[in-house]
Ligand binder design. Structure first.
Ligand SMILES: C[S@@+](CC[C@H](N)C(=O)[O-])C[C@H]1O[C@@H](n2cnc3c(N)ncnc32)[C@H](O)[C@@H]1O
Length: 387
């Protein structure tokens, strides 16, 4: 391994070294992406909140270790962590994972070289936290995660195949997530719901169900924090959160329908055009207010470099935790009406004046989550344009 020039970085309280590379890519000898620091910092907060909630020592699996930065940081920066297992199929990654464990003087942290699914099955039931941070899609590993996850454990999942989940390309989403996407202005939220729905359906065969604690779509990736619970009756109940979101391309109306095989309206109730459907996907909550508030509180106890950005995101997710599914993009509606967009805050104020909810969303700076329907919103936009 002496052939590589070494780069040193510090995230949180942890120093990490790995071979220097020119461009962030899966072709690098050992993968490290500085843009994922926010993702790792939020993971530290989420896992710490989970550990305090469970009030016991937790064992963590960093399934796709790379430089080992997650596993090493989790052991170094989270209280109440017992054993950490770092796995990676690459021997070079394993070398630097061991090196980084030593560099930070850590004990009770082991390195493994297995295919991710094989590793989970070998260690079934041993982990309280499983972190899945692969190249691209997590889909091929979710069945093993579902089979091996303990009851009352935390599953952290990253997906970087956002073009599939958002519906830029329909077929890969159908192939990987068995769900039809739709490229609407709220497609990033739909993507998170497709991923959560796929996890819920995958786990259900093991009588396990999910509670979404926090989720976000940032830059090129989506990330979910899911608590895994067990019980066939409760799993049946939880699957009632699976359904479809139907969208009218003509007037921008949208509606949700719960149930896998329930009848879905094909005609827009507002303008009579044909509706397009996305799903199956998760229609349940995708943010847990109490959990996110605890992540915000926990940030005061941690040293994280992305604190400002993390708090901004967490506060947005906190506010949108009670909001309905999907959001309206003000510019898209104004474009369809051929009018100019009023000031964003004026629209929020007018919605509230008329007795509607008006909630900003982290998915889009000009997105509004509201219980107003498309006609109410159009009327408000016209009124603010003096039309
Ligand atoms: C995106 S990187 C992990 C990044 C790391 N978690 C971080 O935060 O920097 C994905 C890693 O998965 C490893 N990998 C790819 N396929 C694998 C498989 N089937 N089983 C285990 N590891 C795999 C690669 O060698 C690579 O190091």
């Amino acid at each position: 391994m002496e052939k590589y020039k070494i780069k040193s970085i510090t995230e949180g309280l942890t120093k990490i070294e790995f071979p220097e590379f020119e461009k962030v890519s899966s072709q690098a000898p050992v993968f490290y992406n500085p843009h994922m620091e926010l993702n790792r910092d939020l993971s530290i907060l989420a896992i710490q909140v989970f550990q305090k909630q469970e009030n016991r020592e937790i064992n963590i699996c960093d399934l796709f270790g790379g430089s080992g930065i997650r596993g090493v940081r989790y052991k170094n920066e989270i209280e109440g962590v017992g054993e950490v297992s770092i796995n990676d199929i690459s021997e070079t990654a394993n070398h630097y994972e061991r090196h980084n464990i030593e560099l930070n003087n850590l004990k009770d942290i082991e390195v493994y070289q297995h295919d991710a699914s094989m590793f989970l099955r070998m260690k079934r039931g041993e982990f309280d936290v499983i972190d899945i941070d692969p190249f691209g899609t997590p889909s091929p590993f979710l069945d093993s995660a579902g089979y091996c996850a303990r009851r009352n454990s935390l599953l952290c999942v990253t997906a970087t195949d956002t073009s599939a989940l958002c519906g830029t390309y329909e077929e890969p989403c159908i192939r990987k997530y068995n769900s039809k996407p739709y490229k609407s202005e709220y497609c990033h939220e739909n993507g998170i719901r497709i991923l959560a729905g796929f996890v819920a359906l995958t786990l259900s065969k093991y009588a396990k169900y999910i509670e979404v604690k926090m989720s976000h779509s940032t830059e090129h990736y989506m990330r979910l924090y899911l608590e895994i619970k067990k019980g066939s009756k409760k799993t049946d109940e939880s699957l009632k959160n699976i359904g479809y979101i139907s969208h009218c391309k003509n007037c921008l109306h949208r509606q949700t329908s719960n149930g896998l095989a329930s009848p879905i309206d094909d005609v827009c109730p507002v303008c009579g055009e044909k509706l397009v459907h996305a799903g199956p996907l998760w229609l349940g909550s995708i943010q847990d207010k109490e959990f996110i508030q605890k992540m915000i509180d926990e940030s005061a106890n941690k040293k994280i470099n992305t604190e400002k950005e993390a708090l901004k995101l967490l506060n947005k997710c906190l506010i949108e935790s009670d909001a309905p599914a999907t959001f309206f993009d003000v510019h898209s509606i104004c474009k369809s009406l051929k009018i100019s967009a009023p000031k964003f805050d004026l629209i929020l104020d007018e919605l509230e004046n008329q007795g509607f909810e008006a909630i900003k969303t982290h998915f889009n700076p000009i997105g509004i989550k509201t219980d107003a329907d498309i006609e109410n919103i159009k009327n408000i936009l016209m009124k603010l344009n003096d039309i």
